[in-house]
Design a protein around this ligand. Structure first.
Ligand code: ADP
Ligand code: MG
Length: 624
């Protein structure tokens, strides 16, 4: 048989390499920004159109390139940053592989303009799918401008695989921030579709973080500083009381490079031990400087993971340093004494001694009376996360399980005329023929997690959080799509601070949020004032709710309206549904049970998890 092995042509090799280097527009942004920094720029401008799908341009005032270098820069393994393998152990540049420009040029239309300080004129090169289409002399200021257009034009599969603009832009902003956060001594601007997204003047690290995340963050930062033989640590951690439900602002930089490290993250969390509410995550901005010889950044093509020689020591130093800072800035004791206990309830049940559950059967219980009594005497009996005027929902108490698949509207019509005054009426309804009809109204809460109740054929065990999420989800969805929900007016506007991007995101879903009952007074660049909130939510939940919503939207949402509505309903319902661990009064348990079985799809949560299980008498009999 004849020889069959051949060397791949360069443009094919480049396209294959591009798969590793360029996963999405944000990868291009990262490479171009890093090149600008490596070229000693003091001003870097990032211009984006359509989340990078149409244009990514980086303009810097750095060293620029000679004519020959400009042409060579697009060759594979062409780099000015290392000469020998040994140089890998003393890297002080971000790039070193010489792959980025070659890869980008293989899968996009690229235009480069560059000029060195000492040269009269610059060079302009156009290159498409690795083919140089023109090279000319041009007039251009000192530095380099690279435009990358029509990314993945020759790999439709990749192009189609890109996420929505919201998601891709979020990735771009992430990369931009990671570079900008390290190089506070460089001015950075970013524009998207002609609008300024960031304008970051030369400053120090603290100011840079404040410029990026909003001025409110400044008061939340505790400085961290330590110098040892192994490592120099600087940066900030967020005060524990500002810890977030989502892992938003967590950054490690090692030798000016953003990295991810579950191990070091663990060290930070360990330093915060005992200071955080459950399921919250501290913010941190930690800059580590180590001898380049003691790390290996070569293990991952996109270089966000690195290997340390002495990970254990680093862990111990980092944890001790942060612990010390938190102590020194009086964060720890303040938290213990000034804590608002009422804020803790959903989270701190773990440490409490469990109350023995007691079942109280109030034979004369009438949910309507209960509601009106608390309304009349003004006592603010809190049904956390419950819709206050939910009287109508009680009617669903009497809806048989079998009817859940029937149109919810028609069941409402059937039952809305029935007045339930006495136990007798209730009793007769529950002796209907349906096998699954709720037998009587007694419910029982198990381990603050499940609600147990009986049906004709046996018993139902309901997951309280999931069931409530399903109820709220359908209600919110109905409100967004069909009618506007009622709103509770707040006595004082609730002012919440966000970053500029977060505010922009909230504005983009404003209408849907308003349909759920939110009333916004003002949207300022870093602050939102809210005067009304959905009746199903409480004021103290709103900040977490919006925070979670923002992070859910950033991570998942496609640009299509329906899915966005669905996501919004999912996110809000999961935020405000009663949590596992919450004690539920009898009325609350029953509200959930009845609400659930009045849903169009009671069996599962919006994320397809089961909301309840049934155990028939037959199944129970078998166990005896
Ligand atoms: P690497 O950064 O790994 O060296 P790249 O493909 O990113 O590889 O860039 C190749 C070379 O092109 C760099 O080594 C550098 O010499 C030159 N170069 C790229 N971008 C710039 C820029 N913005 N300013 C000056 N030189 C640049
Ligand atoms: Mg590079």
């Amino acid at each position: 048989m004849s020889d069959i092995i051949q060397l791949l042509p360069d443009h094919v090799a480049n396209q294959i390499a591009a798969g590793e280097v360029v996963q999405r527009p944000a990868s291009v942004v990262k490479e171009l920004l890093e090149n600008a920094i490596d070229a000693q720029a003091t001003h870097v401008k990032l211009i984006i159109k359509e989340a990078g799908k149409v244009l990514i341009q980086v303009i810097d005032n750095g060293s620029g390139m000679s004519i020959t270098d400009a042409r060579l820069s697009f060759e594979r393994h062409a780099t000015s940053k290392i000469k020998a393998a040994n140089d890998l152990f003393q890297l002080d540049t971000k790039g070193f592989r010489g792959e980025a420009l070659a890869s980008i040029a293989a899968i996009a239309h690229v235009e480069l303009k560059t000029k060195q300080q000492e040269d009269e004129v610059g060079t302009e090169i156009k290159i498409e799918g690795s083919q140089v289409s023109s090279q000319e002399v041009c007039v251009t200021p000192k530095g380099t401008s690279i435009s990358v257009k029509n990314l993945f034009f020759n790999i439709p599969a990749r192009r189609n695989f890109l996420k929505s603009n919201t998601v891709e832009l979020r990735h771009i902003i992430d990369e931009f921030q990671r570079v900008a956060m390290v190089h506070a001594d460089v001015k950075f601007d970013m524009y998207h579709n002609g609008n300024e997204v960031f304008n970051l003047p030369i400053s120090n690290h603290r100011q840079r973080i404040t410029h990026i995340f909003g001025s409110k963050i400044n008061e939340k930062l505790v400085p961290v500083q330590e110098e040892t033989d192994l490592v120099t640590i600087s940066g900030f951690v967020g005060k524990p009381e500002y810890a977030k439900r989502t892992r938003g602002e967590q950054f490690f930089f090692v030798n000016q490079r953003f990295i991810k490290s579950a191990y070091l993250n663990h060290a930070v969390n360990a330093a915060f031990e005992g200071l955080l509410k459950e399921k919250t995550h501290p913010s941190y901005f930690i800059y580590l400087d180590v001898d380049p010889k003691t790390i290996d950044i070569n293990i991952h093509p996109t270089k966000t993971e690195i290997k340390f020689d002495d990970e254990h020591a680093l862990y111990a130093i980092l944890r001790a340093t942060i612990k010390h800072s938190l102590g020194q800035f009086n964060v720890a004791p303040i938290l213990d004494f000034n804590r608002d206990a009422s804020m803790d309830t959903p989270y701190d049940y773990k440490g409490k001694i469990a109350k023995t559950p007691t079942i109280e059967v109030d034979r004369s219980f009438n949910p309507f009376k209960e509601e009106s009594k608390s309304n009349a005497d003004g006592s603010s009996k809190k049904y956390i996360g419950f819709k206050k005027e939910s009287a109508g929902d009680w009617e669903n108490l009497y809806v048989g399980l079998d009817s859940v698949t029937t149109d919810i509207k028609s069941t409402e019509n059937n039952f809305s005329t029935i007045q339930f005054e006495s136990e007798e009426v209730t009793g007769s309804l529950f002796t209907g023929n349906e096998q699954t009809a709720l037998e009587h109204t007694t419910t029982y809460q198990l381990r603050r997690k499940y609600i147990v109740t009986t049906i004709k054929s046996g018993m139902v065990i309901i997951h309280q959080h999931r069931a409530h999420q399903r109820v709220l989800y359908e209600e919110i969805l109905r409100n967004i799509t069909m009618v506007s929900a009622a709103s509770q007016q707040l006595l004082f506007p609730l002012k919440l601070s966000f970053s500029k991007q977060e505010v922009a995101l909230l504005i983009s879903v404003r209408e849907q949020l308003e349909n759920t009952g939110f009333v916004f007074e003002t949207f300022e660049s870093e602050e939102v004032a809210i005067t009304g909130i959905p009746t199903v939510a409480t004021e103290s939940e709103v900040s977490v709710l919006l925070e979670k919503l923002i992070s859910d939207i950033e991570q998942e949402v496609p640009d299509c309206g329906f899915s966005q509505t669905d996501l919004l309903a999912k996110s809000i319902s999961s935020s405000i549904a009663v949590k596992t661990g919450m004690d539920l009064e009898l009325a609350q348990q029953q509200y959930i049970v009845n609400g659930l079985f009045a849903c169009t799809e009671p069996n599962i949560t919006p994320d397809n998890k089961p909301t309840f299980i049934t155990l028939t008498v037959d199944e129970i009999d078998k166990k005896f």
